[in-house]
Structure formats: C-alpha cells, structure tokens
Design a protein around this ligand. Sequence first.
Ligand SMILES: [Mg+2]
Length: 237
Amino acid sequence: MLLERQVMIKLIAFDADDTLWENENFFFEVHEQYAEFMTKYVPKEEMLQHLHETEMRNLQPLGYGIKAFTISLMEAALSITNNKIDPEDLSHILQMGKGMIERPVHLLDGVTEVLEKLQGRYKLITITKGDLLDQNRKLRKAGLADYFTDFIVVNEKDESTYTGILEKYRVDPKHFFMVGNSMKSDVIPALEIGAHAAHIPFRYTWQHELAEHNGRYENLYELKHMCELLNIDLLKG
Ligand SMILES: [Mg+2]
C-alpha cells in the first residue's frame, strides 16, 4: 500500500511569494509606513481601510504585484484627500511603492534543502500570481531557477487555473501536489480538483488570502515548516 502511494506524485508545484521567499512582510511594512505618513491628512485606521478597499477594487483591472499596489497607494491617497494631497507627498508615496522592487529576496528556511532533495525525483514547477516581470526578477535573485522546469505566472489561482496547468502537463490531479502559504489560492482549489496540497502559513497573511476550510480534505497536509514536506510518506518515493 505504501509503495503504491509512494509512486503516486509526478508533479509538485510551489507557490512563490511567502512560500519560497518572503514577500508579505514588505507589503505589511509599506502599508504601515504609508498609513503613518498619511496621518497628516487622515487617521491611520481610516487610511488603511480606504487603501484596502482601493486594492480590492483594483485587483480585477490591475492584478497582483508591486505595480498594481503602487497605483493603489497613489489612488487611495488622492481620493481620500479629494486630490488635495501635496505633490511632494504623492511623490514620496510613489517611491514607497516603486522602491519595493529594489528589495532583496530572502529565501525562507529550508527551501533550498527541500528543493535539493525533491529535484530529480519529481518534476518541480512554480505557480505564482503577480506581475510577470517582478516575479521573474525575484526567481532570478533567489537563485532558484534551476530547480524548476517551469515558472508559471497566472492572474488568479482557482480550480480552472490548476486544471488548465495539469492538462498542459498531462498529469492527473491525483498525481499532483501543491505547496503554498495561501489556503485560498494554493490549497483549497488544488484540493477541490482532487490533488494533494500542503499548507505552510507565513507569519503574515494578506486579508484577501484568508480562507476557512471545514477540515474535510483527506489530501491536506498542515505543515509549520517547509522541511516537514520531506516527512510526508507520499513524497518519500
Ligand atoms: Mg504565497
């Protein structure tokens, strides 16, 4: 029985942001700095709420990533001040967002070790949301490109996204294992199509990525650390 299970997985996909490298902490820091900076116009909580609403409205037309976020920072500052914001302040906000592109990429603990062990035994790919240019830049900076046969940047991670990718790879969902920090984007849609998934929460979760599940998934692995992937029987083949 164990042997049968051991040969089941053919394709493992990793989410990138907050699964392979730190990301949300940068957004969290900028949210805080921005709201502090804007206290000359509005109370912090009001600004944060307004920014969140602006970001949510912009997801559909602009997608994820730093470019969309920077536009939201500026748009929220303009709208909450009725376009009365000092241009110097707006310029400062532009730099807050744009400056995020210069941040170093910090790999999360255990990532290289785990990829090293899984490489060669499984086909490894990355499936990430975000801006194509920025995600590719981070992959290069992270030095992880050689571990993956594909680095897929998508607009949204839902069931049809995963189904489409698996069709392209001609892999049945039961032979697919998804690893990620977001219950909403990485875990639930993969489980819903009959794949296996590991949830490894990062220390910050964007409000938009929070999701509840009712614990009925047999193929869900709740992990605290990337290295625990290597203890999963299914991945010991
Ligand atoms: Mg993520």
